[in-house]
Design a protein around this ligand. Sequence first.
Ligand code: MIG
Length: 965
Amino acid sequence: MEVRTIRSLRPNVTREEAIQTFTASGPASLFWKLRSGPLQRIADAYIPFRIYRVRFPMSGAQRTHLFALDAVDGSLDLFEFAAPPGDAETVSVFTRNNPASTLSEARSEELLRDKVLRVIFQQGFFKLRRIKLETEQLPGEIHLPYWLGFYGTPEDLRCRVLDAVRRRIEGAKVSALFEQWLAIQSVQKVEKLPDGVELTAGKAKVRVTVFREGLFRVRVAPAGTFPKDSSWAVIEAPEPGAIKIDDAKDEVRVTSGTTVARIKKSPLLIDFLRDVGDVLVADDSDLPMAWENGRVRVWKKMPADEGYYGLGDKAGPMNRRDRSFTMWNTDAFGWRESTDPLYKTIPFFIGLRKGLAYGIFFDNTWRSSFDFGKEGHDFYSFGAEGGEINYYFFGGPTPGKIVQDFSALVGRTKLPPLWTLGFQQSRYSYEPEERVYEVAKTLRDKKIPADAIYLDIDYQDGNAPFTVDRKKFPTFEKMISDLRAQGFHTVLITDLHIKKNPDHGYAPYDTGVKDDVFLKRADGTTYVGPVWPGDSVFGDFTLSRAREWWGGLYKNFVDMGVAGFWNDMNEPAIFLTSTKTMPPDVRHRLDDGTTLPHLAIHNVFGMENVRATSEGLLKLRPNERPFVLTRAAYAGTQRYAATWTGDNVAVWNHLGMSTPMLLSMGISGYGMVGDDIGGFAGTPTADLLTRWIEAGAFNPIYRDHTAKGTGDQEPWVHGAKHEAIRRHFIEERYRLLPYIYTSVEEMTRTGIPLMRPLLLEYPQSPEFFNDDSEFMFGHDLFVSPVTTELQDMKVIQLPPGAWYDYWTGEKSSDQELKKLKPALDEVPVYVRAGAIVPRQPLVQNTGETPNGPLGLRVYPGPDCKGSLYQDDGHTLAYEKGEFLRVSYSCQVGADAIRIVSTIEKDSYKPWWSAAEITVFGIGKAPKSVRVGDATIHEWRFDSAQHAVVFTLPEAKNSWTAELIL
Ligand code: MIG
C-alpha cells in the first residue's frame, strides 16, 4: 500500500480528517504522542516510530534503522545505527532538521531514542509538555540492495532507503498536522497600476508588478496595507518598460516582453507563462497562497520533470527536488549532506525543465523554508515565519539569463584583487610569529606558488578582535611587511564580537559604547553573549553609523599593510545557548529610527557586518579593492565579500560534496567562493589532500585551511611524490591566471560565475542538469575532478560538440564517452573546440612579473573565440577605464586556419609584448605560417600534440595569423 505523503499545510483539511487518516494508518502501535505548543491547538499528533533491522546482502552486515515521521514537514526520516545496537556505536541521523553532528554517539536503543527526541525537540519546532513514547521492536527485516551498504553518499542512502521503505511498508498511511492557514480568497477588484495590477481579495491586497522586462514581482498584504517597501538585497530600481494589462472576467493578464503573469480570479492564483503559451509555473489550485499567525506561504505546482537549482550553500545534490530546506544562518561545524540550515540564506532558485526555465527570488529575511516535494509529490512551496510574501519571478528564458537578471537585481561580485585568485594558505592558527615565517619560507623554498597567508584567532590577545598577542607576535608589523616583501598578502581574522572589556583602554569596546552602536535587547540593555573573547557585545550593523564605526576599526591593521580581512562567526554564532545565536528579544535599530526583532534581521546580520568591513576598507584605502571573506550571507552579499563553505570535514565525501555546493553558490549569484581545501575538521590522508588540491585549482577561491589540533595540511606534508603533484596543479592554476582573471571580470559584468554547472551552458541537454561532479571553469574548460579513492573506471560524457584534452591536446569526437582511470596525478580537463585560452609563464605569486610571452592556446572549432582582460590587478583604476581588453577569434577553413587578435581597449600596458601561439588539432605540418602579410619561418610542428607553435614578438597591437594547411 502506498505511503501517502502529507499536504500538511493544506488549508482545507479538518482536524477530524487528520485524526482519522492517522488512526487508519496500519500498525501504528509505535508513536510519539505530541500535545501542546502550537500543535495542541489543532490536533493530537502522532509520530509513528518504527525500528527495522536492515540486512545488507553483500556484506551480510545488519544494521538497525529507525524511521520516524517528521511532524514538521510530514516526511519520513531515517535514523541509522552504524553498528548493531549494544556495541559502542555511532548514530547517524539523516533528517531535515537535525544537525547530524549533535548525535555522534549513542550506546543503546534507549539512548538513541532519548537522543533523537532531545535533538528534535531542541530544534525548537515543538515545545512539548508531555512526550509519550511507546516502543516495540518490529519483527520486520528489510532486505535492501547491496549498494546501500557500500556506495552512495548518506544523502543517497537516505533517499534510497526511504524509497525502499515507501514501497515495502504494508498498510502504512501517514498523515500529520494541520495548521489553520487562511488562504487567499477570490479577486473582487482589479486596479491598474503604472507597472502592473493591484488586486483586492477579501481583506488582502496583492500586487503583481513588472520590475524589469520579463521580471515580475508579487507582494501580498494580508490585512490590506503594504508595509514600507525595503530590501537588504535588491539594489536595482524598477524600470518596468512597456507592459500590457488585459482584464477579463475570469483572469487578468500582465505581459512584459515574452513573459505573462496570468492571475486567475477565483480563487486568486498566479501563473507565469511564455507568451507563446508554455506555462512556466502555476499556483496549485488546491493550495492558494496563505498565511497564519504571521507566517506566510506560497505553493506552486511541481511538474514531474522539473528540477530546482540554487538556494546558496545547501548541501547535497544541486537539484533540490525531493528535499526541503530551512533558511536560518547557522554555525554548522562538520556539516554533512543532511545538515540544514547552513551558514547562508540565498532564497533564490531556478526551476528547470528541458527548454523551459524560470527563477524565483523570495526576498524575505525571516526564517524561511523551501519544500521541493517532501510535503507532496506534485507541488512545492516556500514561506517564512514572518515578513511578507514578496517574491520576484524571472522569466528567463535561459538559466544563464536568469542568473544574469538575478545578479543584476541583488548586485554582482566586484572585481577582486588579482592576488585573491592565487593559492592561499591558512590554518587555525599559525602561531607564533616564527611559524608564520616558516610557512612562508617553506612555500618559497619549495617553489609552491602562493599569494596569501591567513592568521586565525590566536594572533589576537585573548581572542579580542583588533588586538595582537604581543607575546606570540612581538614584531607583528614587521612580520606583515616582511611577508609582503616576499609576495605574501596577509589576511587577518576579525570576528564581529567585541570583547566586553571596559576600563582597559580597549578602543573597539570603548568607542562602541561612546557612539552607542552596540546591539540592545528589548529592555534597552546592551546584549551580551559569550563567544571567543568571553562576554561580548555586537555592532548594530543595520545602522549606518554602526557600520561606519566598525569600518573605522580597521585603520591600524590597514596602516600596517594588512591586505585582507576575514569575518567569521557572523551568522551570528553565540556560544552556550541552545539556539547557537542571539535571543529573539534583541532589537536591531534602523536608520529611520525604527527597530526590528532579531528574527527579522538574523539572516542579514552577517551581510551587514561584511558590508561595514568592505565599506570601511574602501574609505581607508580609497583606491584599493577590498578583500573580505565572510561565512554568513544573505542574497547579494557578494557585493561586499568573498565566501567559503564553512567547517567541512577531511573525508572523501566532503571533497565530492564541494563541487555541487560551489556550483549552487555560483548560480545563486555568489561566484567568489571556495571551500577549506583538505577539509577543516580532521586530518586528510595524503591522497585526499592531493585530490583536493587538484580540484581546488579549478575553484574560484583556492584556500587550504584546517582546524585547531589537526595535522599539518600544507602542500608539502606527505613527502616528495605528493608535493610534486600538488605543486604541479598549483602551478597550472598560476599559468591559467589570465584566463581565470578574464572570466572573473566577465562575472562582475554578467553574473555568470567562473565555476559553472553544465545546466548553465547546456540548458537544452537535460542529461547534464543533475551532473554534480563536473563543471565548466569559465566558458571553455570542462573539469571532472576526482573525488573518490576508488580505482573504478571514471566515465565521462562530454557535452555536445568536440573537445580537446587540456593536457595532451588530443581531440575527441562529438559527444564522446570517455572511460578513464585517472592516476593520482591526473585530473580530466577538456577544452571546448572553438576556444582560445590565454595563459602566462609561471610565477611564484601574482606580484611577480611573468617572464616571457603571453600564451595563447587555440583550439579550432565552431564559433572560435576567446578574450583577455588585464589591469593593474589591485586598484580601482579599471573603473576609470584603465584596462586592456583583447578579443580573439579563429576561422577554420579547409586549407587554412586564421587567427585574429583585436585590441578592444588598450588603456593598460600589460607585462607582455610577445605572444606564443599554440594551435591544436593540426594533423600534419602546415605548408606555411603567415603573420599579417609576411610568411614567417620560426614555427614548429609538435606531432605528439598535433600542434603548431609560433611566437609573435610584437603582439600588443591587433594582428592576424594564418596557418596554410
Ligand atoms: O568556532 O576562527 O569556520 O574557519 O578557523 C570556530 C577559528 C571559529 C570557525 C571557522 C573556521 C575558523 C575557526 N572558526
